[in-house]
Design a binder for this molecule. Structure first.
Ligand code: ZN
Length: 302
């Protein structure tokens, strides 16, 4: 068992009607909140999208495959960009991290108002070929879970239910985050589907279950009953960014000699911030001159 409580569980129901994934991504979303200084509405919008992306990536990908998810409903939080892979890694950011809309009457964060519905959910799968596989669907709710379920039904022809939850306390700190994805297997029994739909309507909240038990297996247990499922895999999940000073140096080398020389002459250095994780990289004047010189050497070999 992994040390962190952040993990994803894959399971199959014993009757072979459903494939199930459940995840506790509390630390993932806490890390995102710290990295991007997320206020309440932005935190729940990005948090739900990170959770849904983890579920989608780990249901659809294998090995070293990865996917990029773009979601923009023209609401105040703006666009979101997420990278997720089949190894439990996810990273992402939101255009406007500081959105803090009034809560709904029941105390819930108004995610739909923050995200908006005038736009698309786009998924780009990097399956190792030259061209990524791309598909997009219009947003149907702006609440994220239903939007991802709609994507799965429309683009992948997999009838699915996807529940995501991010709970924020009065101080606007992330307390718990997670979700589940249920996919109907080909030839699934109609009665079983109907029974599941009824069960999902009466389910105790995702946040309540995760707060009480931590282990996402319990989400699956409360939906199907522990005796009715076979757990196939446990996978640790984390907010992970693979950026480095070296990678940004390569990007700086790519902006062209003239622009680089201008930065050296005018600013005598550069600070580059990674959009995905907020890490700052300082490039001194010497660093920039080195990049320029390396570029010159490379360019002269004709
Ligand atoms: Zn980064």
């Amino acid at each position: 068992m992994p040390n962190t409580k952040d993990q994803l569980v894959k399971a199959l129901t014993n009757d072979q009607n459903f494939r199930v994934l459940a995840v506790n991504a509390t630390d993932v979303v806490k890390t995102a909140q710290q990295a991007h200084h997320l206020q309440s509405t932005s935190a729940v919008a990005l948090g739900r999208t990170l959770v849904a992306s983890l579920l989608l990536a780990n249901s659809a990908l294998k090995g070293k495959e990865g996917m990029t998810i773009r979601l923009n409903g023209q609401g105040p939080v703006g666009g979101m960009l997420i990278d997720a892979d089949a190894a439990g890694h996810v990273k992402g950011y939101v255009q406007h991290p500081d959105i803090d809309l009034p809560r709904l009457n029941d105390g819930e964060i108004d995610v739909a108002a923050g995200v908006g519905t005038d736009g698309f959910l786009e998924v780009l799968k990097n399956l190792g070929g030259t061209e990524p596989y791309s598909s997009s669907v219009p947003l149907v709710s702006g609440k994220i879970g239903d939007d991802f379920a709609y994507y799965l039904a429309k683009s992948e022809q997999i009838p699915s239910a996807l529940g995501v939850s991010v709970e924020i306390n009065e101080q606007n700190e992330v307390e718990v985050a997670g979700g589940y994805l249920i996919q109907t297997m080909p030839g699934a029994d109609e009665d079983a589907i109907e029974k599941l739909e009824k069960r999902l309507k009466t389910l105790p909240g995702i946040a309540i279950t995760l707060k009480e038990y931590g282990n996402p297996e319990h989400l699956i247990d409360v939906i199907f009953g522990a005796e009715n499922v076979k757990i196939l895999q446990h996978l640790p999940v984390s907010f992970y960014c693979d950026c480095s000073k070296e990678k940004f140096a390569q990007r700086l080398a790519g902006i062209g000699r003239k622009d680089l020389q201008e930065i050296i002459d005018e600013d005598h250095g550069a600070e580059v911030v990674c959009n995905f994780c907020g890490t700052k990289y300082d490039f001194s004047e010497d660093d920039l001159v080195n990049i320029l010189n390396k570029q010159a050497k490379g360019g002269n070999h004709e």
